[in-house]
Design a protein around this ligand. Structure first.
Ligand code: HQG
Length: 187
C-alpha cells in the first residue's frame, strides 16, 4: 500500500471533493470511516483492501498531522475548499505565527493582507521551519511573514486550531504582518 498516495487521496476527498466519494462532511468536517473505506475500496485504485489500520498508520507516521480519527469518524484538520464552511475550534495562538509564501505574491499580500484564496481559511504556521516548508511549495527561497497575533486578536481577528503546527483564521489584515525573511531584505 502506497501510504503517500492514499494520504493524498484522503485529503482530496475530505478537503475538496467529498461528493466524488458519495461522502457528506458533518459541520466539523467528519465522515464515517466505514463510508470512506467503502468509497476507496469501490474505486479499484488500490491493489489491496484499504483498512482502518492504513488510515491510522498515515496519521501516526506522517510528518504532518493532516487527519484525525475520533471514534468511528475521520476528518481533515485543515485545508478545506468545499463550499460548506467547516467549523473550526477557536483557540489562543502563540504570540507570533508565520506564513511562508512566494516572493511573487508579496506585494499583493502587503497590499491586501492574507486571503484564504481557494481555501476556507488563511493557514499560518507555528514556527519558521513549518512556514519555510509551506513556502517552499511555491518558491525555492520563500518569503517568511511574521504575524503579531496579539495585536490581531485585539482588533477582533479570531484564530482557530488546525493541528499542533497549523493555525487558521478567516483573513489576516496587512497591519499585523511584517517580513521576517525575504531574499531581498536582510533582516
Ligand atoms: C497566497 C498545505 C496573493 C498565500 C500547506 C499562498 C499548508 C495571496 C497562496 C496548507 C494572498 C494560497 C495551506 C493575496 C494569500 N494575494 N497571494 N492577498 N493571500 N496568498 O495552498 O498557506 O501539505 O491555499 O501566501 O503545507 O500555502 O496539503 O495556502 O501562497 O499547511 O497538508 O496564496 O496546505 O498543507 O495557497 O497552504 P494555499 P498555503 P498540506
Amino acid at each position: 500500500m502506497n501510504l503517500v498516495d492514499l494520504s493524498k487521496e484522503i485529503s482530496y476527498a475530505l478537503r475538496h471533493a467529498p461528493w466524488e466519494y458519495e461522502l457528506e462532511l458533518d459541520e466539523q468536517g467528519f465522515v464515517p470511516i466505514a463510508q470512506l473505506l467503502h468509497a476507496l475500496n469501490e474505486s479499484g485504485t488500490y491493489e489491496c483492501e484499504v483498512t482502518q489500520a492504513d488510515l491510522e498508520q498515515i496519521i501516526t507516521t506522517s510528518e504532518k498531522k493532516r487527519h484525525e480519527i475520533v471514534g468511528d469518524k475521520i476528518r481533515a484538520l485543515y485545508g478545506h475548499s468545499v463550499p460548506q464552511i467547516i467549523k473550526k475550534e477557536p483557540g489562543i495562538p502563540p504570540a507570533v505565527l508565520y506564513h511562508g509564501t512566494a516572493h511573487k505574491a508579496l506585494s499583493q499580500i502587503l497590499h491586501d493582507g492574507l486571503k484564504p484564496m481557494q481555501r476556507q481559511y488563511v493557514h499560518l504556521s507555528a514556527d519558521v521551519d513549518t512556514a519555510t516548508r509551506v513556502g517552499k511549495r511555491r518558491d525555492g527561497n520563500p518569503v517568511i511573514l511574521k504575524i503579531d497575533t496579539e495585536a490581531a486578536q485585539k482588533a477582533g481577528i479570531q484564530f482557530y486550531i488546525g493541528n499542533n503546527k497549523v493555525w487558521v483564521c478567516d483573513r489576516m489584515p496587512k497591519d499585523f504582518l511584517s517580513i521576517f525573511h525575504s531574499k531581498n531584505i536582510a533582516m
